[in-house]
Ligand binder design. Structure first.
Ligand code: NAD
Length: 425
């Protein structure tokens, strides 16, 4: 099943239970707008190479489109459409006034130099042209994009588009200075980025996990210091592992695209990150007490909490019967396919769904947007406190709806669909 069909299946399953109106469902089955661009980038050897990029604007019912931009060789329309739909649901679960969107460029960024990446980032923004803006569509980082790229993108948007739009948005509270910065979130602190945004998704995931364990830990057979395995050691995976470690959990397995490692007494993620930076991959950081494993083996290693934090489709129909975790916390988008979710549910393994578990990223993006449009700067403590309070509250809302045979995903979608439907009236 491709990613778009997986997203639609989740929507239909939830809509049945949530008794959402046919009109709302019809609107969510299709994106409102698709921007499909081909644009040239000057390469270091002087040649011009064409790249293919997309921006899918799924729903603006609750506010401006919101969602990341991904640079990856597998990016295609179906993937971006699915990710955009998930953003609509996620923003509603997080209860922030944004709709859903997503973008991507089909590229292997590892093959490009720093200069080429900058020209790619700027070229994509020029190609998107008037389709993005602080009150229209607000992109952010995703896989293989980072705060530096957001800084290039926002600078390009300001250079090429901002003048007229700033004038239009000037208010007594805001002289327009901050407004253009709100076109992108996930920027570096100092260039309009929010403190706390870098760790927000991983941090938020562990806040959701702790609240979930408070509510259901006993029922799931998980004690006070759970063992945790994290697949993917990028922005989200690293911070989830680090925050889990700081909270006294045992991080017994880690991996990146090159492979993984396990260790019964647990890893210190900060030390692993320092090692990865020095040697280029996690596999090179397996000490004498650690065991090297493939990504497949890592997912099938026994633990309390399995955290897929890499790409979609990691847990699928074939490996779902071999998962030996007590609960799965989806920090990637769409890491458990709908077929796998059925198998996990039959085996009594709950899945805390992405639209709740990784909503800390977009919630903090919203905080960044608010700071930009109001010309404010909040402390990291303030941001993380607001974020934790919001996520705990939404976790309780979702769990309260997960009664009888309703999975947590169906409960989260039911909550989101109710909120989206409310915005339509
Ligand atoms: P990233 O590029 O920083 O990290 C991705 C990591 O996954 C890298 O360590 C990479 O080596 C690893 N990886 C790639 N393929 C793998 C594989 N087959 N097996 C194991 N590891 C693999 O990206 P990120 O920002 O951390 O995003 C990770 C996931 O989280 C994505 O699904 C993304 O959509 C989702 N997400 C990110 C954010 C955010 O704030 N960055 C917010 C919500 C959701």
């Amino acid at each position: 099943m491709n990613t778009w069909l997986a997203a639609l299946t989740q929507l239909e399953r939830a809509a049945k239970v949530a008794k959402v109106s046919k009109d709302v469902l019809a609107r969510l089955r299709v994106p409102e707008r698709i921007v499909d661009v081909q644009f040239p980038v000057r390469m270091d050897d002087g040649s011009a190479r064409m790249f293919h990029g997309y921006r899918v604007q799924h729903s603006s019912l609750r506010g401006p489109y919101k969602g990341g931009i991904r640079f990856h060789p597998q990016v295609d329309m179906d993937e971006v459409r699915a990710l955009a739909l998930w953003m609509t649901i996620k923003c509603a679960v997080a209860d922030i006034p944004f709709g859903g969107g997503k973008g991507g460029v089909t590229v292997d960024p590892k093959q490009l130099s720093g200069g080429e990446l900058e020209r790619l980032s700027r070229g994509f923004v020029r190609a998107l042209g008037p389709n993005i803006g602080p009150r229209l569509d607000v992109p952010a980082p995703d896989v293989n994009t980072n705060p530096q790229m957001m800084a290039w993108m926002v600078d390009e948007w300001r250079r090429t588009r901002a003048r007229g739009e700033i004038a239009a948005s000037r208010t007594s509270r805001n002289d327009g200075k901050g407004e253009w910065r709100a076109t992108f979130t996930g920027k570096p602190v100092g260039k309009g980025g929010s403190r706390g945004r870098e760790q927000a998704t991983g941090y938020g995931g562990i806040v959701v996990l702790q609240e979930a364990l408070r509510l259901r830990g006993k029922r799931w057979g998980i004690g006070a210091a759970p063992s945790v395995i994290v697949q993917g050691f990028g922005n989200v995976g690293y911070w989830a592992a680090q925050v889990a470690y700081d909270a006294g959990m045992h991080v017994v397995g880690l991996s990146d695209s090159q492979g993984g490692m396990t260790q019964a007494e647990g890893f210190n993620p900060e030390m692993v990150l320092a090692c990865k930076r020095e040697h280029g991959s996690l596999a090179a950081c397996a000490g004498a007490d650690a065991q090297r494993v493939t990504n497949e083996q890592l997912l099938e290693t026994p633990c309390d909490v399995l955290i897929p934090a890499a790409l979609e489709g990691a847990i699928h129909a074939k490996n779902a019967k071999r998962i030996r975790a007590k609960v799965v916390l989806e920090l990637a988008n769409g890491p458990v396919t709908p077929e796998a979710e059925v198998i996990l549910a039959q085996r009594g393994i709950p899945v805390i769904p992405d639209v709740l578990a990784n909503a800390g990223g977009v919630a903090t993006s919203y905080f960044e947007w608010v700071q930009n449009v109001r010309n404010e700067e909040w402390s990291e403590e303030d941001v993380l406190r607001k974020l934790a309070r919001k996520l705990r509250m939404q976790t309780r809302e979702v769990f309260a709806r997960a009664t009888g045979k309703r999975t947590l995903r169906v409960a989260a979608y039911a909550l989101a669909l109710k909120r989206v439907a409310g915005a339509q009236q």
